[in-house]
Design a protein around this ligand. Sequence first.
Ligand code: ZN
Length: 397
Amino acid sequence: MRGGSVGAGGECGVLGWQLEKWALAKGRSVVKPWAFMARIPVILVAVLLLCARSAWGWEWRLAKLDGRDFVPLENVGAFYQFSGLQVKAKSFSMSKGNGAVQLVGEAGSVEVFIVNKTTRVKINLCFGVREHEGELWISRMDLAKVIDPILRPKEIKLSEPVRTIVLDAGHGGHDKGATSRYGCEKDYTLDVVRRAKKHFEAMGLKVVLTRSDDTFIALPERVRIANQNPNGLFISVHFNSSGKGTGLETYTLAPSGVPSYENDGPRASDKMTSPGNARDAENIALALTSHAGLVNDLRMYDRGIKRARFHVLREIQIPGVLVEGGFLSSGADARMIESAEYREKMALSLRSAVERYQTALSARMNVVSNQGQAEQGRDKGSRSVGKPVGAPAGVDN
Ligand SMILES: [Zn+2]
């Protein structure tokens, strides 16, 4: 099994205990991992002992709100060693490192921001922050699938060193994609990936393009190409078009149980588990480094990191993101996109995103590649829950 160390659906991990059955009788409970240990198959004991060591002594309070598990932000802040949670009206903030990194947001909103001295990045949570019994709460799904991989990228398991970048220029051939008065999405995306190819090759990485000219490539073929590169990252480049929309957004695959941002409400397909979900933790880490870089480098309006079930994100077996580099339907965005300078900045930004991703996950990658035993539960000391360390992926201290 690949993916993050913290599973929302009962996987091994700090919050990955199957809590629903026994921890929620009173609507708010203390998690006791050892109570769960008696129920697990013997074959999993070795792996779970590692997790137990991590979770031991940590008390998570849970509440069931609308049938979903939530955790108090106060509890989250303490776990990740943020200083005290500040709540003013409906807004909250917590910081660590004397304000070097802040997490801010608002009750009733899905938007949270990771802020440091130079960057303010918006992340759209899966379910948003809730008020309950005088406290602010975040869903266990958001904690496991968004917050933890971002705040503790070095805890992401089974990440291999990146050797290949699969660059996917959206559209092509008869499929022009979005258009502006200046040009077509299919040409802009191809130009960006051609530029990015040079920069990635200069880093010593192998680069594979799903298309290198103006041909139509079906989505399954793009997936097939991506999956031929097991140590790769997949970056799909697109430009947007919609009404009065403007700015940048980065998509990552919706975890199982999370609605797609594209839909108006819950759907049966939300429960779908796709091949790409094996990479949930890496996906969100790559989304953060990509999106933070684009927002910082391109200085466009930040629409945030979002989740969807686009075919290419669903079916790839390597970590991947889909970036939308502005709106061709917006006059101002379209003028920027038309300039070679903007597209070059975008290409350079993608290279930096991969560098930050590699750095953010490097400790874990080194452990795995050098010892090959980390996932066996023998890497003592590197999974201490009591002392979560490391800057958020892509947000430098
Ligand atoms: Zn597109």
